[in-house]
Design a binder for this molecule. Structure first.
Ligand code: NI
Ligand code: MN
Length: 228
């Protein structure tokens, strides 16, 4: 499984030759200005919620890549009214089998409004399962006991968790989330993009280490391979 970081909460994950892209916010992210969105491969774009810092480049990448958008009903409705056709609506608790494996929508504790003020439905996280490994993409969320359901549901090999605080949980709560989801391998997201979510990276890494957990902070543009 190859994981590429495109800044903020946007990751590309390649599984069994298929490309998943999560929450693209690139073209207005100063930190990601070296990323060319037209070159990003995507078969599926998974959208956790309607906030601008998660959907900004969904439309343009969907058009350039031909990817299918996977999102909740309200975001499906919003994009449908804009004329987009290749969208698969889901909602929390639902699971879909796709060529590379499966995607299950799980609870995120946050809010969701589309950029024009339209209600964006309930925010979600995703559990992705495949023969190359299982992972949890939390989206924007606070720490919640519902994460225990994820840890009991499946063995998670690694998780993308927000660590920037202010709008989502921060480092200390992400460490607690490791217990809830029963997973020690964390890839940090939703930090440093804006002033309100700036973190001290070294301090965050140290806190995880002291707690016996592992935090990975990818460079924007970096790709890593995770072996099952
Ligand atoms: Ni948000
Ligand atoms: Mn956000």
């Amino acid at each position: 499984m190859n994981i590429s970081y495109y800044g903020h909460s946007c990751f590309g994950v390649e599984i069994n030759g298929k490309h998943l892209l999560f929450d693209p916010f690139i073209s207005e992210n100063e930190l990601a200005k070296n990323i060319d969105i037209q070159s990003i491969k995507a078969d599926y774009i998974l959208v956790s919620h309607g906030h601008r810092d998660h959907i900004l480049d969904v439309e343009s990448i969907a058009k350039s890549s031909g990817a299918q958008i996977i999102c909740n009903w309200e975001i499906y409705d919003w994009y449908s009214k804009k004329g987009l056709k290749n969208i698969h609506p889901m909602n929390i608790g639902g699971k879909i089998k796709l060529g590379f494996g499966s995607v299950k929508c799980v609870v995120a504790v946050h809010s969701s409004q589309l950029p024009d003020g339209t209600y964006g439905g309930h925010p979600m996280g995703f559990v992705v399962e495949s023969n190359e490994g299982n992972f949890y993409y939390a989206g924007d969320t606070g720490l919640t006991y519902d994460m225990k359901l994820i840890g009991e549901y499946r063995q998670i090999d690694f998780a993308f968790l927000p660590i920037g605080d202010n709008f989502t949980m921060g480092v200390d709560n992400a460490i607690i989330a490791c217990d809830f989801i029963n997973c020690n391998q964390i890839i940090g997201m939703h930090y440093n993009t804006f002033n309100d979510i700036k973190i001290e990276a070294n301090e965050a890494l140290l806190k995880f280490e002291r707690a016996g957990r592992h935090l990975k902070l990818l460079n924007i543009g970096e790709t890593i391979t995770i072996k099952h």
